[in-house]
Write a protein of this length. Structure first.
Length: 324
């Protein structure tokens, strides 16, 4: 999550902006903070409709336990019916859609396979705790510094702090002296801080039925603002999260995508945004703007934003990333 307010097509006074350096941010994009929009990403060039505005490989990801047999751990492709063919030989439960994906993900997976196996044997943990542990294991497998993640906005509620501290304690108990590329574990509190960004910044991956099957953390993408009438569609495929332009985006415009389903009433949508992301949305739609044409072109029956939809079928078309 990037900000406490959301605005469409906002142009801010250059004198009031503060540049924010982001590792691996493409040169055609600019990350900065403004009084109007908070932290945001704008484009330095025109981005044509249908083109990819931004792509990021997640810093960490966690495929939920029930979906591990049907979701590729490398490219996130899904199998709707059968178990994926290629499985980790150590029996940790991680699956892949192809030999190529298995080979591509092997180096990182080898660093954490033994931890995943320990988590699988820990029956006493609740589902949400196991999902937190899985994400922490993925975080620990990344050789880049954790401060790439902790720059995102954190859940500072009492419950959030309590849960993340407990998850870090359980994570450390899995193995007392884990080495990561020749280094020991990060200092105490580091993993709780990294995990605390999930609730406000985690990007969910969904199956054809609309059920969440995984969550990813993308530090740069987290700087992109929400809008209920966005100019981008957020897509997760080929092991990355990317933004596809729904229309031409002009120089100086903010990139935006919808953090949530647009299904339901305006009151329900606004309440969900405030409850889940702790800001009051002030986008074009939330200010009472007419969005009939936008919805006819881009809003799926389930409420997700798509590049194009066919609203004559009455069926959801947005979650079709299935292995054939």
């Amino acid at each position: 999550m990037a900000t406490t307010n959301s605005h469409d097509d906002a142009h801010n006074n250059a004198n009031d902006t503060i540049e924010i350096p982001i590792v691996d941010l493409p040169s055609h994009l600019r990350c900065h903070s403004t009084p109007l929009s908070g932290r945001t990403i704008t484009t330095r060039i025109k981005i044509n409709k249908g083109s990819t505005a931004f792509t990021e490989v997640p810093f960490a990801h966690s495929i939920h336990f029930a979906a591990r047999q049907s979701t590729c751990d490398t490219c996130f492709a899904q199998c709707d019916v059968n178990t994926l063919e290629y499985e980790c030989e150590e029996g940790c439960g991680i699956h892949y859609c192809s030999k190529v994906c298995k080979q591509k993900g092997s180096a990182r997976h080898m660093r954490i396979c033994h931890l995943i196996q320990q988590t699988n044997r820990t029956k006493k943990n609740a589902r949400l705790m196991n999902e937190s542990l899985s994400l922490l294991i993925s975080l620990s497998s990344n050789t880049q510094p954790l401060d790439r993640v902790t720059n995102m906005m954190m859940d500072g509620t009492k419950k959030g702090c309590r849960d993340t501290k407990k998850a870090e304690s359980n994570f450390r108990a899995l193995q007392h002296n884990i080495e990561k590329e020749g280094k020991e574990l990060e200092p105490h509190g580091s993993y709780a801080a990294a995990l605390s960004v999930k609730n406000l910044n985690g990007i969910g991956l969904y199956n054809v039925y609309g059920d969440e099957v995984a969550v990813t953390l993308c530090p740069a993408l987290a700087m992109v603002n929400h809008s209920c009438k966005p100019n981008c569609q957020q897509i997760a495929d080929n092991g990355s999260c990317r933004l596809r332009a729904l229309r031409d985006i002009h120089i100086g415009e903010e990139l935006s995508y919808s953090y949530m389903s647009l299904e339901g009433s305006d009151i329900e949508r606004k309440a969900n945004i405030t409850d889940n992301w702790k800001f009051v949305c002030q986008c074009y739609r939330c200010k009472g703007g007419e969005c009939i044409e936008f919805d006819a072109m881009h809003t799926c029956y389930c409420g997700s934003v798509c590049y194009e939809v066919d609203r004559t079928t009455g069926k959801c078309v947005c979650n079709l990333g299935v292995v054939k």
